[in-house]
Design a protein around this ligand. Structure first.
Ligand code: PBG
Length: 327
């Protein structure tokens, strides 16, 4: 049979029919809200490159996390912007560090909120690289020891999930070992498994002050031209014991998200990064995009490609719009 007996448009006859046959739908459950922790009290400062996102001190950050949780968003992902930086990124594993304090404050406010922490050095090192630098080179194995310390310190503060984003080899296994040795066998690892060297991190680096002071991240983050290599990265991290894996960025890498879905049965996250957010915000502010429709379409696309979880700065707006949209 063919046209006119077959008419694909019948399945689009009414909104109710379209709802019945929709293959992908969004829920606040899918979302993870990234938040930036800074020192101090009562601080809420808008980030210039990311309108609608803020630097929060621990007290206000915990309020923001609670408000998101009330909207149905189960988890937050924490980044720290410390008061001082040094060669080794010491504040990253300080028990009294910005992230550690934020974790404790959130857990005091509401222990049910899932707290994920970014485990990396770039926000804490004076050179802005994601690892320990020796003779101008980011040293893989020396970095692992430091990542272990950071992950354990986040777990001690109460983090549910640690998320290493540095792209060193062997980090998932090293972190798993350190967590288990310290009695944190229940702490999950969400690995930034396939993280590309991307122009779309630019607004984040302004927000976190984490741009590399020399060179770039091409010796550790993935080359944007590579597709098969992403599968290899994901398999390596699964073998090392990752509980969840991530593809980052999302929009220019939806083929990678789709491949990742086929490669692993683990829960899969995609990171709708700062540059993707900034593009939508700028175009919407100019009246060139309908922000609400653009955001929901982007999130649907990321989920349709295969992501179970979407890390997005749009999370709170999107959760609100999802509730308004459902009848
Ligand atoms: C590294 C890290 C980065 C992002 C998350 N973790 C920046 C980078 O790799 O330079 C980017 C997130 C975003 O752009 O939204 N700790």
């Amino acid at each position: 049979m063919a046209f006119p007996q077959i008419r694909n448009r019948r399945l689009r006859n009414s909104e109710a029919i379209r709802r019945m046959v929709r293959e992908t739908s969004l829920s606040p459950d899918d979302l993870i809200l990234p938040l930036f922790a800074v020192p101090g009290l009562d601080v809420k400062l808008e980030i210039a490159s990311m309108p609608g996102c803020y630097h929060f001190s621990a007290d206000l950050l915990a309020e923001e996390a609670s408000a998101a949780f009330q909207q149905g968003i189960p988890a937050v992902l924490l980044f720290g912007v410390p008061s001082a930086r040094d060669e080794e990124g010491r504040q990253a594993w300080d028990d009294d560090g910005v992230v550690q304090r934020a974790i404790r404050q959130i857990k005091r406010e509401n222990p049910q909120i899932v707290v994920i922490t970014d485990v990396c050095l770039c926000e804490y090192t004076s050179h802005g690289h994601c690892g320990i630098v020796e003779n101008g080179i980011v040293h893989n194995d020396r970095t692992l020891e430091v990542l272990q310390r950071i992950a354990v310190s986040h777990a001690e503060a109460g983090a549910d999930i640690v998320a290493p984003s540095d792209m060193m080899d062997g980090r998932v296994g090293a972190i798993r070992e350190a967590l288990d040795e310290n009695g944190f066998d229940n702490t999950l690892i969400m690995s930034y498994a396939a993280k590309y060297q991307s122009a779309f991190y630019h607004p984040f680096r302004e927000a976190a002050g984490s741009a590399p002071q020399f060179g770039d991240r091409a010796s550790y983050q993935m080359d944007p031209g590579n597709r098969r290599e992403a599968a290899r990265e994901i398999i390596t991290d699964m073998d090392e014991g990752a509980d969840m894996v991530m593809v980052k960025p999302a929009l220019a890498y939806l083929d990678i998200v789709s491949d990742a879905r086929a490669v692993t049965d683990l829960p899969l996250a995609a990171y709708n990064v700062s540059g993707e957010y900034a593009m939508v915000k700028a175009a919407s502010a100019s009246g060139w995009l309908d922000e609400r429709r653009a955001v929901l379409e982007i999130l649907t696309g990321i989920k349709r490609a295969g992501a179970d979880m979407i890390i997005t700065y749009h999370a709170r707006d999107a959760a609100k719009w999802m509730r308004e949209t459902s009848p």
